[in-house]
Ligand binder design. Structure first.
Ligand code: APR
Length: 178
């Protein structure tokens, strides 16, 4: 499906209308992609986040993008990996669904995701990729917006796992392999 693609890069440089931040429930910034987004967006992002009173795991809240190229930031706290039997898959799927729902409600046409929870939160990449791709593809099948969604992988290894998972589950034929 051309509406979805897997790329490598730095999500803070993205030209998408909205980028997703793998946040924590305080929404007050952190390390990883959260730290990079806050650094690139500047202090006004934190000032707006302070007005949001945090965000529950699996939910999403929207702010402006400030100094980022992206007009909006969709903040979503992913689940911390605890072995997989504490509801992590459902919470991770909810992160993707909540961000896409918010984007569609706001008429946002392009959304870039990082690989939520697979860094500091320790979610194993192969399992996260299956959950993320299913949540994204199911949403795009059922909605016209966003028009374009990308998974922006910070490393080639991350991209390789997502592409491998995509090809296993979604590539109709050789030509559509990513
Ligand atoms: N662009 C794209 N992806 C990035 C970037 C970037 N600039 N920086 C990091 N990543 C990738 C990581 O390589 C990983 O694949 O984002 C993915 C998510 O990793 P984390 O940022 O560690 O996020 P997460 O695992 O969800 O942990 C969230 O970390 O930064 C804190 O405040 C945050 O407490 C929260 C926790």
């Amino acid at each position: 499906m051309e509406r979805f693609s897997i790329v490598t890069g730095d999500i803070t440089q993205s030209d998408a209308e909205a980028i997703v931040n793998a946040a924590n429930t305080s929404l007050l910034g952190g390390r990883g992609v959260d730290g990079a987004i806050h650094k690139a967006a500047g202090p006004k992002l934190l000032a707006e986040c302070l007005t949001l009173n945090g965000c529950e795991t699996g939910q999403a809240k929207i702010t402006g993008g400030y100094r980022l190229r992206a007009r909006y930031v969709l903040h979503t706290p992913g689940p911390v990996w605890q072995g997989g039997s504490m509801g992590e898959p459902a919470l991770l799927a909810s992160c993707y669904r909540s961000c896409l729902t918010l984007a569609a409600e706001r008429g946002i046409r392009t959304v870039d995701f990082p690989s939520i929870s697979t860094g500091i939160y320790g979610y194993p990449l192969p399992q996260a990729a299956v959950v993320a791709l299913k949540a994204i593809m199911d949403f795009l099948e059922a909605h016209d917006l966003p028009e374009r969604v990308r998974m922006v992988c910070h490393t080639e290894e991350t991209a390789r796992i997502y592409r491998q998972t995509w090809n296993l589950w979604y590539a109709e034929d050789k030509s559509s392999k990513l």
